[in-house]
Design a protein around this ligand. Sequence first.
Ligand SMILES: [Zn+2]
Length: 495
Amino acid sequence: MKKVILNLLIIFLLGSVLLPAAPIRVLYRADMRQDKLKTLERGPGTYFSTIDLARILSCRYYLNPERQKIVLYLTNHRVKISAQSSYVIIDDQVFQMPTPTKLVGDDIYIPAETFFAILNRVVIPGLTYNTGRQLLDIDVVSYNIVSMTVEEKTNGSIIRLQTKNRFPEGNLSSFVHDNGWFYITVAGGLADSTTLVRSDFGRTIRRVLIDQMDESVQLAFQLRQKIESQEFYQNRDPSEIVITLRTPVVDSMARLKNVRERWYLDTVVLDAGHGGKDGGTVGRKGTKEKDITLDLVKRLGLLLEKNTNIRVVYTRDEDVFIPIAERPKIANANNGKLFVSVHVNSSTNRKIRGFETYLLRPGKTDDAIEVAARENEVIKLEEQENHYSDLNGEALIMATMAQSAFMKESEDLAAIIQNHLDAKIKSPNRGVKQAGFYVLIGASMPNVLVEAGFLSNAQEERQLRRPSYRQEIAEALYKAIIEFKNSRETELAKG
Ligand SMILES: [Zn+2]
């Protein structure tokens, strides 16, 4: 009997004194990153530090030393912990633990096993604690927004949110608040705050916070500086939400000096789509896009030359093949103040008709991406095609950012063009769209691409074959350019 008691005593001593209380190992399943959660050095039982848990889970916390309380803000839950208390309060729901917490300095130590079981049930389903192995396993299988990278560019930042799936277009929305925060809301999004909530991102972003709600998640980015514009799109491969935050061009003095010269609209560059061996799309009656675009551009040019003193530059004025990359170069070399590329459309759905104007930006809808893919196909006809990079990724983002100085003006022009076409021709207004067109890349001036109608639609092909209809389109584009010029110069006079 004595021996048994002695053995028990030895076991007790080993357990409480001789075995060092190791910290809890933490494993983030998302990237297999490991960490350690601070524990109380003397047992029995494992107690961990509340403040260190806040670090591990990247959550905000509020410490009240007088009342000896700590509140953890975990996703959209408030977890209240009090010193020397067996109760944990989560969103006004009370949970009891077998032993009370312990106060050490300003920190509160919590019994691990029960607390993590409660947390798993109520707040973070992906979090499990293995008592025997002292392992906190953070497996975020249910999260669909899993990580984030931020790249600094000379005129802004590119944020990439890696996602597990593509969200429907309508599920995403964003805005910039006057208080210096940029918000993006993802309906159906479940964000892994343990990897997303961070601070110190360099020049543009101070920190990121997450507000997880039942149906959606809002990511909030605190900005270090004013941003000029923001936009986002979803990338397919890899699956990610790409957000660009553009900051004003630093060299504002140089910009101001150029404002007068830049805004005074004395040269317009007209780009007739396709030409030569590149016929563009073809209608059922054999109507070729390259012929329609050349005719439209010539009519438009004539109106400008006859009625204004604007100089008109054509990227082509006959049926010749001009490589895509040459076109914006011609525009720049001629000191153009406006670049209008004219095309006609095509769709496998022959019922679709109407006109649309495009801005150079990452494509937002499948339709827009398809149009750009078709229009970009011409590069296959060019001898050296390898100087074009993939326009769905980095290259397009960079091209878009390089044009930030003209983006607002391009938007205005596109809207004005749509208005005038709407007033002039009987065809559905399909609105202003955006996609990656090689032909717009590198044009150092406001630029748009007009798709004036669908050759794939029998009715619209008939209309486009009529000179009077093409004249109407040319007149609408002419009026749009005049309105754009006047609005620019009115602003210029004010300044
Ligand atoms: Zn075209």
